[in-house]
Design a protein around this ligand. Sequence first.
Ligand code: GLA
Length: 390
Amino acid sequence: MEKLREAFQKKMNHGNEPHTFFAPGRVNLIGEHTDYNGGHVFPCALSVGTYALARKREDQKIRLYSLNFPETNVIEVDKQKLSYDDKQKWSNYPLGVTEIFKKAGHDIDSGFEIVFYGNIPNGAGLSSSASIEVLTAVILKKLFSISIDMMDIIKLSQRAENEFVGVNCGIMDQFSIAAGKKDHAILLNCDTLEYLQIPLKMDGLRLVIANTNKKRGLTDSKYNERRSECEEALKILKEELNIEALCDLTNDQYEEHKHLIKNPVIKKRAKHAVYENNRTIAAVELLNQGDMESFGLLMNESHRSLRDDYEVTGKELDALVEAAWRERAVGSRMTGAGFGGCTVSIVEEGQVDSFIKKVGNHYTSKTGLEAEFYSVEAGDGAKILKEGLL
Ligand code: GLA
């Protein structure tokens, strides 16, 4: 926080005391690639995330700086002329949210300046980008006294990612970052947007995230490919079934109608979406009953389905998960979009240190890469931490 303050003073010159904000990263416990198929997801916000100091300006300039990307220095643009800039990676997120706010008719009547600092690993599948988006939305709401609720913040942030950044993501990341609650995970029905904050009963257990540190090259194109494969499956099934989304199906209904899908690849993709959705609902029931062991087994099944049917894991994620299974994690799976990024495991508290050591060694010997581990807790959603002066 001190460094953030120092950077703000240095980079943004003089003015009123800024406001302080925070938005978490997220980890998805189960329910992967179901959000854009009208299914359920079960993510939690993390206690790590993105911090920001922000205030309005008297002119029409937007000035942005990130302590994580000092090489880009202060990015300064005119509020009236916002467009996606291929050369600037991170600033497209706050600028995208600003542009979408303007398009939605919200009155951003002056410029503003923000300094960011994030302690989520970037590009590791823990939603560092959605964290900046939701954070910016919360900042704009405060600075310009815009009367919008949490659901608007979520939808505007997702729109920024879809329309400005050009990534066709679902709603899970922005939702969990806005609606997170300490020591809870969120069961979200992505079709109706109804959600429940479910207590994470972790008695004697810890959540351990492991980063493959593999660069995720083709993520966006592969992600979009999976989305269109699911759309194709839905189109075929709709010829005989009265459904709106793949996740409207029970496993039995899928089995009964799967012969309609002739292409074996499309068939596998649909199977994952249907089974993963029903697995997620079952997993949350088990968690509510305090049966973490069975919850963990469903996490393992989720990984196998993502590996074999959805084919979004790859050798690095598989190596980490297999090592975690071998080290008797209660459950372990890839989390997020896949193709690199992170795994999430549930591990007995007393075993965390040796788990990290053994899984890390195994991973390095299999892949030549070093994994990074974080023992994390479920934290609160995006919020203002401290009021400055308006
Ligand atoms: C990314 C997307 C989410 C979701 C996951 C896969 O994180 O942003 O909307 O689709 O992948 O579950």
